[in-house]
Structures are given as C-alpha cells and as structure tokens.
Design a protein around this ligand. Structure first.
Ligand code: MF3
Ligand code: CO
Length: 272
C-alpha cells in the first residue's frame, strides 16, 4: 500500500530529512585517508542523537550499525568496522537514515578519499546526475518505471553498469514502503507519481558489469567482477509546484537550478 502524506506530514519528513542531510554533511567532511568506517559510524550516531533523532538502520532486520559504509567494489550495505581504514584513491558510499517524530529520512552519498582516478570521478558524477535528473524531470502522473528510465538515460550513454537487483522505495512512517522504484525503465509500468508520495531514489552504478554478490556477513553487496561502484540517494516528494528534495539541505534548490527547475519550498507546499 502506498502511504500518501499530508503537507503537514511532509513538513515532519523534511525535519527528519534535514537530520540526515546534516549528518551526511558532517561525514563527508570527516572522510580522509586513515579514517576507519567505524569512526564514521560513531560520528553519524552522535550527529543523529544530538539532533534528537534515532538511527533507522541500527537494528533494522538485525543490522548492527548506524550507517552503511561501502568502499570501492562494495555497492551497498557495507558494515562499518574498526579495521576498515580508508586509503587515498578509495571511494566510499555512506548511506544514512534517521527517524524523527516517527518519520523517516534516507539518503546516501559517494565520496572520494584523497585523489581518485578520473574514471571514478566520472562514475561519481554520473551516478549523482542520474539521481538529480529524476528530480528535475519527474512529473505528476508519470509511472515509477518512467523514473527508472530517467536514470537509465543518464547512466547508459556513459557506459556504466546499472545495478538492478536493488532500487528506490516509498518512505514515510517506515523506511521501506511501496512502491519499489527500479533504476531502469523497461516498459511504462508501475504506480503513478502523485502528490503526497515520498520516494527514496537511489541509483547504483558500476564501472564494469552490474552483477552483484553478497558477502558471507549477510549484508555487504559487492560487484561480481570487483569493479568499483557508486551510490547516491535522496528522499523527495513531488508537488504541483515542483520537486522538493527532503534530505538536501537546500531542498534541492541549487542543483535543480542547473536544470532550470525551481523547487517547491515548504512555503508554497503549504499554500491552499
Ligand atoms: N538505506 C538503505 C536503502 O537505501 C537500506 C539500509 S539497509 C540497513 O534502502 F539494514 F542498513 F538498514
Ligand atoms: Co533507501
């Protein structure tokens, strides 16, 4: 069942989204050679708790940590560890979720550690753009699969693999809700995008093949060919006045301006 949110409930989701956005901003600044993924996890937990929120991943189906920290060939769900130390040239995807007043925010970034290979810079940039293209090009009435097609149209010409066993999702009073949002667009299918929906859009792209393997820890998903992978995610909602990116500190304003799109601010959302 798809949970539709009232404007007031979206304001609550915005507050949860800001906790996640601020936490990720802190983590991005903390990423450096020599830092362990466990240290990043401790920092995330502290940021979330200082904001009066609760980490949503901790204990989710037994998940043991606050963030997912996936390095290099790890795509998603890497578990932070005290012996996992970042090195110059690595890329790290940090996925973070928090609950505030019962509402969830979910967002992920992939960050360069020191100086990275130009191909990896391109991977990070295309993965992030494939996500922003969804927010810029989404229209009310589009089907979920049309959103996936937007990701595909950015990722495929760049030659990157699209991981398609995992994808985006509805989000609200639970982290994972209907509908599922695939990162490819075969067929114009799926529920329509309507006002009041909140969706996490999360493209995962690889330098090589998109096939995945799960490590024996039961969580970490890696590329079968060990090629490096990137993952970006934001929680957003679509209004008659445009998109609103709930986990972006500026609601998505700066990035969407590059696409000539104006975000729906909290003010115009509340308009009758
Ligand atoms: N945040 C992830 C997602 O984007 C899920 C994290 S799984 C967890 O859907 F177990 F770590 F919580
Ligand atoms: Co998610």
């Amino acid at each position: 069942m798809i949970q539709l949110k009232s404007p007031e409930q979206l304001q609550s989701m915005r507050r949860a989204g800001l906790v996640v956005g601020e936490t990720l901003q802190t983590l991005r600044a903390a990423v450096a050679p020599g830092v362990t993924t466990e240290e990043l996890d401790d920092l995330a937990r502290q940021c979330i708790e200082d904001a009066g929120a609760t980490p949503s991943f901790l204990g989710y189906h037994g998940y043991p940590k606050t963030i997912c920290a996936s390095v290099n060939e790890e795509i998603v769900h890497g578990i932070p560890r005290p012996d996992k130390r970042l090195a110059d040239g690595d890329i790290i995807s940090i996925d973070c979720g928090a609950i505030l007043d019962g509402w969830h925010g979910d967002s992920a970034i992939t960050v360069a550690v020191g100086e990275i290979d130009p191909v990896l810079k391109e991977l990070l940039s295309i993965t992030e753009e494939s996500m922003w293209a969804v927010f810029a090009q989404a229209r009310l009435g589009m089907r979920m699969r049309d959103l996936g097609a937007i990701v595909e149209r950015v990722a495929t010409p760049a030659g990157f693999g699209i991981v398609d066993h995992y994808g985006g999702h509805g989000i609200g009073t639970e982290m994972h809700q209907d509908p599922h949002v695939l990162n490819h667009g075969r067929g114009s299918r799926g529920p329509k995008l309507v006002e009041g929906m909140a969706l996490a859009i999360e493209p995962m792209l690889t330098v090589g093949d998109p096939e995945t393997l799960e490590l024996p820890d039961g969580w970490t998903v890696i590329t079968a060919d060990r090629s490096y992978a990137a993952h970006f995610e934001h929680t957003f909602t679509m209004t008659a006045d445009g998109p609103w990116v709930l986990t972006a500190l500026d609601g998505g304003a700066a990035k969407l301006a590059e696409y000539g799109v104006t975000v729906a601010t909290s003010e115009n959302l509340a308009r009758p």
